[in-house]
Design a protein around this ligand. Structure first.
Ligand code: FES
Length: 217
């Protein structure tokens, strides 16, 4: 049995397993922290979405809760002016090149972006950053699902499912910066790639980038 430590999150005392990450301990105890890129079993989280910031007593800068392990006596706050500002900025940046036609999206009402917006009271349509409209062609070559790159938030959940769960390796990240994308090798249609159409990547997508055609009304 794993050793337990006592920590406090938002004034609630919680027992946590030694070695567990703060984000997952909070979520398991029904304390919501925004997150998109974290994968529970991943040994070294890449912390790319920058949404899971918290404050830890005695640490002078906000930390990403998906990378921080719990420690005996840790006192954590999931909300503060500093945290709220950081999360809002990260979220707005993320939305600045996201296709926000929610009504036409297969993930409408079950999208992680909508959950975060609601919980943090952040508008999905914001004005702070110039909206970069991208109109990538939708890859609807697989029989039952499709990939709309304009809706991808680069969280990496699909890449993990494809590599670590399905053990296929059909998709991965390509390019850097603003052109970073999830795609197949040489950007060929999924049906022409080594994709086995197992659907694990579709099930892992927290937004409407990879979606079942049958979910489109
Ligand atoms: Fe921590 Fe994305 S969940 S940075």
């Amino acid at each position: 049995m794993s050793e337990l430590v006592k920590i406090t999150i938002d004034d609630r005392e919680i027992e946590a397993r030694v070695g567990d990450k703060l984000l997952w301990t909070a979520l398991e105890n029904d304390i919501y922290i925004p997150h998109l890129c974290s994968i529970k079993d991943e040994k070294r989280p890449n912390a790319s979405c920058r949404l899971c910031f918290v404050e830890i007593e005695g640490v002078d800068h906000p930390v990403t809760s998906c990378t921080r392990k719990v420690e005996e006596g840790m006192v954590v706050k999931t909300r503060s002016q500093r945290i709220d500002r950081l999360v809002k900025t990260g979220f707005e940046l993320l939305l600045s090149d996201h296709d926000l036609k929610c009504a036409q999206c297969a993930a409408n009402r079950k999208c992680a972006l909508q959950t975060i917006a609601k919980e943090r009271r952040i508008k999905l349509r914001q004005k702070r950053f110039k909206l970069i409209e991208r109109d990538y062609e939708i890859d609807d070559s697989p029989a039952e699902f499709a990939y709309n790159r304009s809706r991808c938030v680069l969280c990496g959940q699909c890449v993990w499912a494809d590599r670590e769960e399905a053990k296929v390796g059909a998709i991965g990240f390509t390019q850097r910066g603003i052109n970073r994308a999830v795609t197949t090798f040489e950007e060929i249609p999924l049906a022409d790639s080594i994709c086995t159409e197992c659907h694990l990547c579709v099930d892992a997508c927290p937004v409407g980038a990879l979606y079942y055609k049958s979910d489109l009304k």
